[in-house]
Design a protein around this ligand. Structure first.
Ligand code: AMP
Length: 454
């Protein structure tokens, strides 16, 4: 997320410019400045989902390939061209996870979560991998947070997942940038009839379609509806609408969902061409689209996947979920000029000269940190002047200076870096003086909670 320079896919190794080792195209380091955003987003997600009774799950970064081929569908873009698939040393086919729902369902079954109180509510914050063409907002490793509610079918659950997604986007200051696009794609049976009607409609019009859509017409015709190519968009607009083919059960489910959303004051745009890319969805599908840019910049989406658990070998078990892309969230927070609070700023820089000063400073630094003062000690050999320059670069508001004279006199100098004034205190009073200057309320005394012993 540092920048978008690492996107061109025309070379596998760097040219003559720059250091000899660089990340592969489409992946990037998360540098400290961006980690402030990641940390904040994770906090919001954890907090909001904990409030709603969700518990966190992490599935492995790689799974047996058939976990994804079975669940996502052989003809989907992800499976047909975007997976990082490789063989291990015993020739087994493994794949880096391109999304998390399949792995979560695999875990639900493997860990016998059907035996738990249903629905099981899980969330994740994980990296994913897709061999996609790198471009702005589209990377080969990207992070998503997501939630899954498995084991119960009720439009109130779909409404709740949507509400939580919006709640999180609100906390992140970007909810207003997005519109909720909503559709029902019905049960697999009603979809079959619709797909036949779609194929009928496109029969004879193939030459107007883009190459991609021509290929998808036989394998995954629903995807023709959300193609972004100009001619395909025109044709899709006139195509038969899915709504006409919806079965009664799906219609009723969808009407209830909308009623619940209205009840919660959630606005949505009914979008009959929204289908989502994966085979496993049924009934509800939804996405959050950029209000000004549209579909290309969806920040997240989800839907109901009532058939997936059974498809993966379990008993019929309905489910609904949502996932959002964290890099895109951060890009939008930056676009909206939203900054996040963070606690990385230092309080004190300790400059010292000579071994005796160092001996005094080391325990002081330790004690200051214990008390919640964020402290960096320059423990190298630079002159005091050099160290003060470094202190300036660190941006610490205070510097403690200990030279030979101070050691001899049993004092320490405290320098206010913003104005350059200095005071001298007795060495043994330095810690309390620093706390007074920083203010008790500003100390970094975060506690993860007391450990319990059984
Ligand atoms: P999907 O399940 O494909 O709809 O992905 C859900 C969200 O994850 C998208 O709306 C994006 O925000 C994000 N996402 C998906 N693919 C990528 C990618 N290649 N790079 C960055 N973010 C992505």
């Amino acid at each position: 997320m540092a920048d978008d320079t690492n996107l061109a896919d025309d070379q596998e190794s760097p040219g003559s410019m720059g250091p000899p080792y660089q990340t592969p195209k489409g992946v990037h380091d998360i540098l400290p400045a961006d980690h402030e955003y990641y940390t904040y987003i994770k906090k919001v997600v954890r907090h909001r989902l904990r409030q709603a009774g969700f518990r966190r799950i992490s599935t492995p970064i790689f799974e047996f390939t058939n976990v994804f081929t079975r669940s996502l569908g052989e003809t989907t873009d992800i499976v047909s061209k975007e997976m990082y698939t490789f063989q291990d040393r015993k020739g087994r086919s493994l794949t880096l996870k391109p999304e998390s729902t399949a792995g979560v369902v695999r875990a639900y079954l493997q860990n016998n979560m059907q035996a738990l109180a249903q629905p099981v509510q899980l969330y994740y914050i994980e990296p994913h991998f897709r061999y996609d063409r790198p471009q702005k907002g589209r990377y080969r490793q990207f992070w998503q947070f997501g939630m899954e509610v498995i084991g119960e079918s009720d439009p109130a659950l779909d409404a709740q997942v949507i509400q939580l997604a919006i709640r999180i986007l609100k906390d992140l200051g970007i909810a207003d940038l997005f519109t909720l696009q909503l559709n029902s794609i019905g049960t697999p049976e009603s979809r079959k009839k619709y797909i036949a009607a779609l194929q009928d409609y496109y029969f004879g019009k193939e030459r107007h379609l883009c190459e991609n859509c021509r290929a998808r017409l036989g394998t995954n015709p629903l995807r023709l509806l959300d193609c972004k190519e100009e001619d395909c968009v025109v044709l899709a607009k006139l195509a038969p609408s899915l709504a006409q083919y919806l079965d009664e059960e799906s219609k009723e489910f969808h009407a209830d969902l909308k009623e619940f959303l209205d009840e919660m004051g959630i606005k949505y745009v009914e979008n009959s061409r929204l289908v989502r890319g994966l085979d496993y969805y049924s009934k509800t599908v939804f996405e959050f689209w950029d209000a000004s840019l549209g579909a290309q910049n969806a920040i997240g989406g989800g839907g109901r996947y009532d058939g997936l658990v059974e498809l993966m070998g379990g008993n019929p078990t309905p489910a609904v979920g949502f996932a959002a892309g964290i890099e895109r969230i951060i890009a939008n927070m930056k676009r909206a000029k939203v900054r996040v609070p963070h606690k990385d700023e230092l309080h004190v820089f300790v400059a010292q000269l000579g071994k005796e000063a160092k001996k005094k400073c080391l325990p002081l630094i330790m004690e200051m940190r214990e008390r919640g003062i964020k402290t960096v000690g320059a423990l190298g050999k630079g002159s005091i002047g050099t160290q003060l320059k470094i202190a300036d670069k660190f941006g610490a508001p205070w510097t403690i200076i200990m030279g030979l004279t101070e050691v001899r006199e049993g004092v320490a100098i405290i320098r206010d870096m913003s104005v350059g004034t200095q005071i001298k205190v007795k060495f043994e009073d330095t810690l309390e003086k620093m706390i007074e200057l920083i203010g008790e309320e500003n100390l970094d005394n975060y506690s993860p909670g007391e450990l319990l012993y059984s």
